[in-house]
Design a protein. Structure first.
Length: 135
């Protein structure tokens, strides 16, 4: 597995999209309410380079996962198996607006039957609270 977690801050709303690639068949899953520890804390640069604002949440790569939580989304990435693998890329292009003070887990699992290169990432920003809509 290639895992990434995000602990959302207690203020503001995190809006996020997810993207992944693997050199063969893979599963991409997105969980809410995960329990994680350790891993590498990622610095999340502000894309507005003139701003000194920093992300108030915590992103980690390769955390130890003791509970995955509830599956929010699951996607199969057809990329081939063994010597016939060609690779696949996928994304959850619709933006997720995440709960506050909640740990999310993004997991990419190689199903090709051989070691394959893979990547996992997300784009996110934080906005002030907005009222709920009917959608």
């Amino acid at each position: 597995n290639l895992d990434m977690s995000i602990l959302t801050p207690s203020t503001g709303l995190v809006h996020m999209t997810i993207e992944a690639a693997c050199g063969g068949d893979a599963d991409l899953l997105f969980y809410e309410g995960a329990t994680v520890s350790g891993g590498t804390v990622d610095l999340t640069p502000n894309h507005k380079r003139t701003s000194s604002n920093v992300f108030a949440g915590v992103m980690r790569t390769e955390p130890s996962v003791s509970a995955t939580g509830a599956v929010l989304s699951s996607q199969f990435m057809p990329g081939g198996q063994r010597s016939q693998a060609q690779g696949a890329a996928a994304d959850f292009s619709l933006e997720w607006i995440l709960k506050k003070s909640t740990t999310y887990l993004i997991r990419l699992t190689n199903r090709s039957g051989q070691a394959k290169r893979a990547s996992l990432g997300c784009n996110h920003y934080t906005s002030p609270d907005i009222a709920d809509s009917l959608h």
